[in-house]
Design a protein around this ligand. Structure first.
Ligand code: CNA
Length: 451
């Protein structure tokens, strides 16, 4: 059955509807609360201070930047306000890429030692529960534009979508009124035409080494799965194209049929309420998938947080980075300092490596002695997966939109700090129904290598 209808008759045929409002975020807690309550444990650096067991660690400690304001600035209001202020200041200066900002200078000056310090910690076996937080910047090397890079980012090229402001393309109310701008973009973003790059395989190698606790990605390109990061190690916080459902009543819809309709310039229509179907990519104002709530278990457990290729502008995702224990090292790999890494001085244990992400990750891998293995992994995976991908699309999480939007947990809704400057910054807390797979055994990694 052809469930779609031509884009040209869509507006006339769609019945007037009452919009469903997804549940509010009244139960949300500020991430800074979580951080504060989790500071009591000794943490990685706490242990180091006590033991001082080797000169490498002593050197690490000498490179750590200790902010005298750390304790003072942990008041909930200040942490939240300070962070959004710096974001807004950067925005009002016209570009987030202003390299002359003080934080940028500070971050640059501390960057080289930072990467080496973290590599040393990993080699010493101090980081066994690594959480990776990623954004569109990890996929630009695969040829997929990010949102905000001036010139090449999608937001700089939205004229062709005929929308009043860039974020409209991912605004659910705008989509409800006119899905065409998003569908035009979706045609370019649909997984299939892009390949994972070195950065994706570096993260896959973290898993292979048994070090990856979880990867939280905002990306919707599916490249994490294509490179072989297993489903239980991955949280696609902003959804994906792997499933589709009605944007109003959430009735599921076959993803392949939705794709076919969109690629053919038709509009997939819900068989239940006749509203427009969309891929389960999370729009502003929509709830994040249930799996996102794994963060409440993962972040307190993390012993290293790596943040890659994101401007940390979209909430509640952006605030996740504040929920590791304050003693846990955080490493930002990005072209520009973002979020809490704009702060001067950096929080103790924070490290920033600025520059092209692929170059940085290659250097990181070389410091770790992983480069050859990653190259080999890339070769083997690409050889294995290309023919398989053609006949067999990458596996999907198995989460249906109904499951992912279950009513049992408080939802988190996606917002930009930019579009909602006064909005509460912070992720919802809640428990997860997902199995918490803690270990990344080498055997499971090896078997996934041969998939
Ligand atoms: P963003 O706001 O565009 O930020 C990307 C960040 O990565 C910026 O700080 C860039 O400076 C940085 N960056 C980009 N390329 C490189 C590079 N080669 N080396 C170093 N740094 C680089 O995107 P975010 O991920 O922060 O925003 C989240 C949005 C983007 C999510 O909702 C996604 O769905 C959405 N998005 C995803 C994709 C994708 O799936 N590949 C593409 C475009 C947008």
């Amino acid at each position: 059955m052809n469930r779609s209808r031509s884009s040209w008759d869509k507006k006339a045929a769609q019945p007037p509807v009452t919009r469903l409002t997804r549940s509010s975020s009244s139960t949300q807690t500020r991430q800074s609360d979580t951080t504060e309550t989790q500071e009591s444990g000794p943490g990685l650096y706490g242990k180091q201070r006590k033991k001082q067991t080797d000169s490498a660690l002593a050197q690490d400690l000498s490179q750590m930047r200790v902010s005298g304001q750390d304790g003072l600035s942990t008041s909930k209001a200040k942490m939240s306000k300070g962070s959004s202020d710096s974001v807004q200041a950067a925005q009002s200066s016209g570009s987030r890429s202003d390299l002359s900002s003080p934080s940028e200078v500070s971050a640059k000056s501390s960057s080289r030692g930072g990467l080496a310090s973290v590599a040393r910690l990993v080699k010493l076996g101090r980081c066994k529960n690594v959480v990776v937080v990623a954004g569109a910047g990890i996929s630009t090397a695969s040829g997929i534009p990010d949102f905000r890079t001036p010139g090449t980012g999608l937001y700089a090229n939205v004229e062709k979508y005929n929308i009043p402001y860039p974020e409209a393309i991912f605004n659910i109310d705008y989509f409800s009124n006119d899905p065409q701008p998003f569908f035009s973009l979706a045609k370019a973003l649909y997984p299939g035409s892009h390949r994972p790059n070195y950065i994706h395989y570096f993260i896959r190698m973290l898993h292979h080494k048994g070090l990856l606790l979880r990867m939280y990605t905002q990306n919707i390109d599916g490249l994490e799965k294509v490179c072989g990061i297993p489903d239980d190690k991955l949280v696609e916080a902003h959804g994906s194209f792997a499933t589709a459902s009605c944007h109003l009543c959430y009735t599921t819809y076959p993803a392949e049929e939705a794709k076919h309709a969109i690629m053919s310039d038709n509009v997939p229509i819900c068989t239940f309420c006749a509203a427009t179907v969309k891929p389960d990519v999370v729009f502003f104002g929509e709830d994040l998938p249930q799996k996102y709530f794994l963060h409440t278990k993962d972040f307190p457990k993390a012993d290293l947080l790596i943040i890659m290729g994101t401007s940390l502008q979209i909430e509640p995702f952006a605030s996740l980075v504040n929920t590791v224990r304050s003693t846990v090292p955080r490493l930002l790999l990005n072209r520009h300092a973002v979020g809490p890494f704009e702060r001067v001085p950096l929080r103790r244990g924070d490290h920033v490596e600025l520059g092209d992400l692929e170059d940085t990750v290659r250097r990181f891998a070389e410091m770790l002695g992983w480069n050859n293995e990653i190259e080999e992994l890339m070769r083997s995976q690409e050889t294995l997966s290309l023919p398989a991908l053609i006949s067999n699309p990458p596996p999907v999480s198995g989460q249906t939109p109904c499951q992912s939007r279950g009513a049992s947990e408080p939802p988190a809704r996606m917002e930009t700090s930019r579009s909602r400057p006064g909005a509460q910054r912070g992720a919802s807390s809640g428990s997860s129904e997902e199995t918490d797979s803690e270990t990344d055994s080498k055997s499971s990694a090896s078997s996934s290598l041969s998939n």
